[in-house]
Structures are given as structure tokens and as C-alpha cells.
Design a protein around this ligand. Structure first.
Ligand code: HEC
Ligand code: HEC
Length: 392
């Protein structure tokens, strides 16, 4: 106390002492009464509408509020707005200049000011986890809001960590949250501060996400349009494991199926493990789902939407795909000339793997709040349908 008081006195003395060099800079009494020139950056609302996509998971599609407060038509002062994003008041993670420039923030603010205020406030993008959910999941969903971007079971971060599974320890995980931009210099995930999201809380999340549920291999599948000869079109299917060689997780027991668009029939399939064509309803596996948020009722009881099991699928079975490996398969179909409409018929094509899946510790009944796209055993990923060059 003494030392501080002493410092204060010294400071006051310095301030009170005449400072001739600054004398001219001291505003005259009349200038001091004039309104200060506000340090406000003017924004472009059109650009702001696009920039705001980084915020919608928490603040709502139309800034009507969600996990975070409503922002539409609030006309927050520029300094308040900027401070809220750079040094947030509470749990909101911060966006750095390299992620969202001051200009981008001004654009967002301009956009928000074009919106009418919200008459009713929005709901959370993904619902909160119920009281009987694991503690780590509740902190992840309800406290830190990670689940607003990463969904109830952390499907994406668990796969991202699976890319370098051998390196993943709590310290590694912690760096991804507190020093996220080290590994992702252009990353869009904002930064949580250890003051607002303390390490013991993060440890609970790690325990649940990494040790209980376990990591996922980074599996992807993509179909590409090949040649057309007569009424036959060839397609290439690339199945890849994006993990780092010798570090990432391998997937085992894979079943790959491609849905055959209506009006087409299989002429030939090729590549390792090709098994032929069967009706999807007989395969015993479901297509991966794109699940919209809120597919849960309030009791927390969940129902998986009825999958579309119509049509035939071409099937491959592969015993393993190691991290860094890529497997090329191919398919020739006869039928009409591929159009964007026809290619939509490939939607729902899926890669399943039996191992690794979610670990038993994370299984129902403990996992009362599930991401319904993930099956109860094993895991799966959608295959990207082919595109005609130059189209969306
Ligand atoms: C993880 C969820 C999350 C994301 C993402 C997020 N926010 Fe927030 N935001 C919040 C929460 C929660 C608050 C309430 C204050 C707090 O807890 O920090 C908040 C508060 C604010 C406030 C202050 C509102 C007030 O009433 O004073 C502003 C402004 C804001 N956010 C802007 C943004 C912008 C702009 C973005 C995108 C660049 C963004 N936020 C992204 C969760 C989020
Ligand atoms: C505003 C959306 C958003 C929120 C909120 C968010 N993340 Fe992320 N996260 C991302 C994105 C996007 C990436 C991919 C990297 C990037 O672009 O920054 C990512 C990447 C990750 C990764 C992978 C890092 C790696 O390379 O291994 C982990 C782990 C992760 N997030 C965990 C979390 C946790 C835990 C929380 C809550 C404390 C959280 N995230 C909150 C958007 C978000």
C-alpha cells in the first residue's frame, strides 16, 4: 500500500508540475468544450453482411441473438463495439486484427445498424446440454459456447486433433484454444482467454472430448466426373485420410457406398475391394446425414431423422486406410448426360468405418445429448458429389 501511495504521489507531483514543452498542446478552455472528434471508422454494410458470417452461430443469422446477445439495430458506439470484439466482457472469444480487421468490424457494425431491432430474441444455434450430460460436454456447450460452432459431439475438432493424434496431449489441446493462431495464422476460430475460460475448465472438456469420446480419423471422399463415351460416363472416387503420416489415426473396416442416380445403371466398378451393386435398404448401413440444429425435443430425448434408403448403391470394402493415404476407386455408369440435377443423385454417398468410433465411456445412456449424424458404432463421413466444372 505504502509503495503504491508513494508512486501515486510522485505521479501527481509530476502532473502538477509545469510542463512547458506540452503547454501548447493543452487545449484552450473553449476547444475543450467543443465535442471531441469521434474516432469512428465508417463501414460498408454490404461487406459487413458477409463478414458477419463469423458471428452468426452465436449472435443469430439476423443478429436476433442466440448464445450471445442480439446485436441488430443496437447502434452500439464504435468504441463499445470494438472493445466487445477485441477484449470481450465475458465468455465471448476475441477476434484479433489478423482475423477481423478494424475495417471489417466497422463494416459489421454498419450492417447491424441497417437491421431493425429484434422484437423477439433468438434461440441458441445448438441447444444447451441437459443436466445429466457429462460435465465436460456441459462446459463445452453451455459455458464456453464451443458447441455453437462445433456441434454437440465436437465432430470437427475431434477429427482435426485426429490428424496429429500421436502429438495430442492436454498441453497440445490447450495451445489450440489459447494460442489458436500459432497453428492457424489465418484461422477463423476466435481466441479464448485463460482468464475467462480457466485451464481447469478446459481440462474437463479435454477429458470428455479426447479421453472419453476419443479422436476421429480425418476421412474424406470426393467423386469427380470423368470421360463420357456414348451413353457411358466414368467417375473417380477418391477416399483419403488427411492425417499426418505416422501421427494421424487410421480408419479400419471401411464400407464405401455410392448412390446411383435415378435413370443410371452401373456398367463397371473398379479399384480395391469392389463388391458390386445392391439396394441401399439391404446394405444395413445408413447414409450420413446433414443435420440441422434443433433436431431435439425439449426433454433431451432424441430421434434420428428417417434416412432415405431408396435406390441402389455401388459398394467397396477396404480393410484400412492409414494417415496420409489416398485410395482411388472408379465407377462407370450408363444413362443420360450428367447435368447438375443428375449429379445431385449422388448425394448421400457415404464412407463408413467400424473403428475407431466413439469410445464406450461416451456412449448412451451417459451421452444423453448426441449429434445424431454420428452412428452408435463406428463413424462415417459424406462423400462430396461430383460437379460440372464452372457450376456450384
Ligand atoms: C462463441 C460465441 C460468440 C461468437 C462467435 C461471437 N460472439 Fe459476440 N458475444 C458473445 C457473448 C456470450 C457475448 C456477451 C458478452 C460476453 O460474454 O463476452 C457477446 C457480446 C458481443 C458484443 C457486445 C454486445 C453488447 O450488448 O454490448 C458485441 C458487439 C459482439 N459480441 C460482437 C460480435 C461480433 C462482431 C462477432 C463476430 C466477429 C461475435 N461477437 C462473435 C458470444 C459470441
Ligand atoms: C466461432 C466458431 C468457433 C468456436 C466458438 C470454437 N471454435 Fe474451435 N474451431 C473453429 C474453426 C473454424 C476451426 C478450424 C481452424 C480455424 O479456421 O481457426 C476450429 C478448430 C478447432 C480445433 C482444432 C485445432 C487443431 O488444429 O488441432 C479444436 C481442438 C477446437 N477448435 C476446439 C474448440 C473448443 C474446445 C472451443 C470452445 C472452448 C472452440 N473450439 C470454439 C471454430 C470455432
Amino acid at each position: 500500500m505504502r509503495a503504491q501511495d508513494g508512486t501515486l504521489i510522485v505521479l501527481l507531483t509530476v502532473l502538477a508540475a509545469p510542463a512547458p514543452t506540452f503547454a501548447q498542446a493543452v487545449p484552450s478552455p473553449s476547444a475543450a468544450l467543443a465535442p471531441p472528434i469521434p474516432d469512428v471508422l465508417q463501414g460498408d454494410s454490404r461487406r459487413g453482411a458477409t463478414e458477419f458470417s463469423a458471428c452468426v452461430n452465436c449472435h443469430g443469422q439476423h443478429a436476433e441473438g442466440g448464445f450471445g446477445p442480439d446485436l441488430s439495430g443496437r447502434d452500439l458506439a464504435w468504441i463499445t463495439f470494438k472493445k466487445a470484439v477485441r477484449q470481450p466482457w465475458g465468455i465471448m472469444p476475441a477476434f484479433r486484427e489478423q482475423q477481423k480487421s478494424d475495417q471489417a468490424l466497422a463494416d459489421i457494425r454498419a450492417y447491424l445498424n441497417t437491421l431493425p431491432g429484434s422484437a423477439t430474441l433468438g434461440e441458441w444455434h445448438w441447444r444447451r446440454a441437459p443436466e445429466d450430460a457429462p460435465l465436460g460436454q456441459r462446459l463445452y456447450m453451455n459455458f464456453a459456447g464451443c458447441g455453437q460452432c462445433h456441434e454437440p459431439e465436437g465432430k470437427f475438432p475431434r477429427a482435426r486433433l485426429g490428424v496429429a493424434a500421436r502429438d495430442v496431449t492436454f498441453d497440445y489441446f490447450k495451445r489450440q484454444i489459447y494460442q489458436h493462431l500459432e497453428r492457424w495464422p489465418k484461422g477463423t476460430m476466435p481466441l479464448y482467454s485463460p482468464e475467462r475460460l480457466p485451464e481447469p475448465v478446459l481440462r474437463e472438456m479435454y477429458q470428455w472430448m479426447v479421453e472419453e469420446l476419443g479422436l476421429r480419423p480425418w476421412i474424406a471422399g470426393a467423386l469427380a466426373l470423368g470421360d463420357r463415351r456414348g451413353d457411358k460416363t466414368s467417375y473417380t472416387l477418391t477416399v483419403s485420410n488427411g492425417g499426418q503420416k505416422d501421427k494421424g489415426l487410421a480408419a479400419e473396416g471401411l464400407t464405401v457406398f455410392v448412390r446411383i442416380p435415378t435413370g443410371c445403371s452401373v456398367v463397371a466398378g473398379a479399384g480395391a475391394g469392389y463388391e458390386g451393386t445392391i439396394p441401399l435398404a439391404k446394405l444395413g448401413l445408413e447414409p450420413a446425414l446433414r443435420l440441422a440444429p434443433h433436431a431435439h425435443d425439449d426433454s433431451g430425448t432424441v430421434e434420428r431423422p428417417q434416412p432415405d434408403l431408396s435406390r441402389d448403391v455401388a459398394v467397396w470394402r477396404l480393410s484400412r486406410i492409414a494417415a496420409g493415404e489416398q485410395i482411388t476407386l472408379s465407377l462407370t455408369l450408363s444413362g443420360p448426360e450428367p447435368s447438375s440435377e443428375l449429379l445431385k443423385g449422388f448425394e448421400g454417398s457415404t464412407i463408413h468405418w467400424s473403428s475407431p468410433g466413439r469410445r464406450p465411456a461416451g456412449s448412451p445412456p451417459r451421452m444423453v445429448y448426441r449429434d445424431l449424424r454420428i452412428p452408435d458404432t463406428g463413424d462415417h463421413e459424406l462423400i462430396t458429389p461430383p460437379r460440372i466444372a464452372g457450376t456450384q
